[in-house]
Design a protein around this ligand. Sequence first.
Ligand SMILES: [Zn+2]
Length: 203
Amino acid sequence: MELTETQAKILEELQSDSRISMRSLADKVGVSTPTASATVKDLEEMEIIRGYFTSLDTFKLGLHVFYVRMESDLRKIHEIVEKVRSLEYLHGFRELDGGILFLELVVPSLRALDDTVILLKKTEGVQKLDVSRVTREFGKMKSISLDTTRDLSIDCFYCKKGIEGTPVKLEIDGRKHYVCCDVCASEYKEKYSRLKERSEIVT
Ligand SMILES: [Zn+2]
């Protein structure tokens, strides 16, 4: 499945203003308002749009931003990832080539940073840890450019494996999901109706 031109244009517009009205969005992209809202809904259901957030000026708020680069024992990576995900001041978290973990921490005080770093250092499998402080921010960068054709990589809602080829679109109780094949589609439908039945017995 490929990203369509309308989808690409909509994603570019939403990156610069996620609060734009559907009508203005449709005007800018050159489609009708119903098409624009249906496209946005599709992108949300495919989880290409992860959400709509508010970007805060951490400096004005007196917060400190740090980047932590962590090398770890690959055999322990799952446990380490779980530990990191539970950190109170975690703002961004990525894995780089070679299993290197890259964290963005936004902390209210240097004490909070120390506590976090001590916790990470104590975590089994963490081998090397570098901390750098963000001293200056250069404002909002440009939107991610989507001007060329690209293949979408979407995971099956049921088996979580990457979908190859055309996804099967499922609609259950007004919710749309993408699954990889008819088998996943029928298994999910069955599981969903079983769960629904059970919850109806409870209530
Ligand atoms: Zn599947």
